[in-house]
Design a protein around this ligand. Sequence first.
Ligand code: MN
Length: 227
Amino acid sequence: MQGVAIPYIRAVERAGGLPVLLPFEVGRETASAFLQTIDGLLLTGGGDIAPAFTGREGPLREVLPQRDATEFLLVHRALTHGLPLLAICRGLQVLNVALGGTLYLHLPQELPGLPHDAPREQRHQPVHPVRIAPQSHLAQLVQTQELGVNSLHHQGIRDLAPGLQAVAWAPDGLVEAVELPDHPFALGLQWHPELLVEHDPRMLRLFQALVEHARTFQVARKLQEAG
Ligand code: MN
């Protein structure tokens, strides 16, 4: 997957947001300038993070080091400026590595048991449950402590980055969602809610939360600009 898959765009639109896409083949200045124009950041799924950033080799898929570099920069700026952030699948892994965490580079080898890499035909189906921390923002949003999710990943969080809080787990103990407690809205999900929004309002709610926080951010930004 070399670009942004259509379901992400549709999910943001369905949630009332205006989807804007950033090419990742840009320099730091362009990426920084882009951040001045948006009110929320969605990090989408995609290939694996390059060994240069994880420090480890593995059976990697679709590695694009330039995308990694751009997304690390975006994450750091988003966190510094309180920009609302929803990070999905690869996005959650980028968030974790950006903040100093580590990954399982290939779950079938490093955490065998529960298959997380479901066939593509099952991308719209819940294939394993996640248990959600009752006090989390995520639990508040989806109004439940157990949720069936789809699962299309062969990597995952090994050591959680300092500052991140795990808020959902698969039955094998793998972290499936994280939050950043000191941030207005920073949520990372290992599953793909964008493929489930049509039939599950709880999945749409996650995108609506991003859009709502983006609106609040926009108001604050405009007030600041108006001086
Ligand atoms: Mn999974």
